[in-house]
Design a protein around this ligand. Sequence first.
Ligand code: DGL
Length: 292
Amino acid sequence: MIGVYDSGYGGLTVLRELQKELPDVDFVFLGDSGRAPYGGRDAHAILDLAESCVERLFEEGCRLVVVACHTVSCVGLRHLQQHYSNDNRRILGVTIPAAEAAVARHPRAVAWLGTTRTVHSRTYEVEIHKLDPALPVHGIAAPLLAPLVEEGLGNGTDAEGAQLTRLAVRRYLRHLPAETDCLVLGCTHYPLLSEAFQAELAPHIHLLDPAPVVARALSDWLRRHPEFQETGTGSLRVLCSGDPQVFQRQGSRFLGRELPTVQHISEESGRLAHRSGPQVPQGQVVREFRKF
Ligand code: DGL
């Protein structure tokens, strides 16, 4: 069973590609939607959130966890690997496959778009320069885009929503250096804005969605690590820390099909536990004091 982790719904665009590439593998997806967005948060806050999510996935029985979230991959992947990886457990991210795919196109200049924290980390720049130190790389923070997608705007039939997203995309693309011919979508949500990107980008600029690349990289990794290969039935379980009904409804836009029943996990004293009782409590919540 492979765990896939994202701050919210966006990672379902990655899961969709993983399931296409590995149809017999069983997956558990954890979307931390109750605590998203991560993109504007402090790096240490992101590490705290990420620790509780990967621990939950290991407790679910996963031996391998894919961090689909670009923000977490850019800021906290090394920390998570150093803390949790051993002969029996591994954690993989999205930044290295995405950087390799960008460099493999031999572009004149690469730009990548992501959350504020992703861009400030400069991790993409570091990974790309390990492969080609002379390649110009430019990061653009686009904090409005993920929330627009979460609101259901972007690709689709809502004309006003499409106009709004095109305006936001246009505003960020203004910062593209002139020589750019490859734009990396460095956020799990952006594939849902592909129509706005295609409309606003010059035709010679290649739009690189890392999700299919990550799927091929995972399949290649599994071939090289047969001890982590497990044959399953292609099953899927979905856990989220937000409202599970909303997650189920919204998530289908990202996964491209209906989601199975979403289970609620809730944060209690830094841990993500399964919830019984009302999924989303209303009114005041009183609980036992753990520490003071
Ligand atoms: N999943 C995040 C990423 O790929 C975007 C949403 C967020 O800010 O939490 O960077």
